[in-house]
Write a protein that binds this ligand. Sequence first.
Ligand code: PEP
Ligand code: MG
Length: 322
Amino acid sequence: LTRAYDALKFQPTVTKDGHAVALQLNAGLLVDLPQLDQAGADGIGLFRTEFQFMVSDFMPKLKEQTALYRQAIEAAGTRPVTFRTLDLGGDKILPYIDPVPEENPAIGWRAIRIALDRPGLMRYQLRALVAAGAGKHLRVMFPMVTTVDEMMQARALFDREIERAASLDLDLPAKVEVGVMLETPSLAWQVSAVCDHADFVSVGANDLMQFFFAADRDNARVSDRYDPLHPAALSVLKFISDRCKANDTPVSVCGEIAGRPLEAVALTALGYRTLSMPVTGIGPVKAALLKLDADDLAKVLIPQMSIESRSSSLRGVIQDYC
Ligand code: PEP
Ligand code: MG
């Protein structure tokens, strides 16, 4: 699949009407890193750190965590790497920790909720990230944040690790950015407020859409109720992009939809300029964006989003621009 798009690999992604869009990779393991160059990706927009924990028989040690993060930063060179702190719970189970039985794991004790209730594990991980970032650009973000207060608490834990490293005279990262994943509707309604505490916002569209439509992302029976091109979904995605822009906070999308040409085209029309996706998405998305007149699509698409229409999807409108 990627071979068909080889010719585009070194071509920057700029829409026909001149908007540059960064196409980044979703990654998580050492084996993913060569894909950066194979696909000509503009960095790693989502490094799922829990993968290392899920494929190990034991909890990865500080040294092992640091080594993986360092290798990711080095593989990316001058391109950014955004590490997402552990997103455990929900569908992500560790073989060496007994799962807590829950009725609704996706909205249960997971991700940042575990990290804030039992900060030991995340502090250890943040220590590894700070060490891996020595002399480099370090970007860290937190998953499943639902309130501004959670972001402040998580950020305080990160700051503590920076202070610890400084007090021990360890080498510090040359530049640090701490961001938030926006993947719950409650945070979408607080996006301006969270921008005051986040250096960047990354929309986790898989979870955001599942909670927005109250439709399990992995349940085929309800998958047609989960339509990111529904006017309601596009409206919330536009709201987030507009508010981040108004707050001068960089915003990106890192769910699977970023890697689908039609959805990526819509996101670009809504103002997103950074998309992070599985490697197979980069070629097809780039090909679609190179042909796109994003401002023209925006002029047609945005008014349709606010019309009470019987058609539940704006897929057809967007298709005309692909
Ligand atoms: C998301 O929810 O969109 C996301 C990128 O994170 P994950 O798929 O790992 O939950
Ligand atoms: Mg998620």
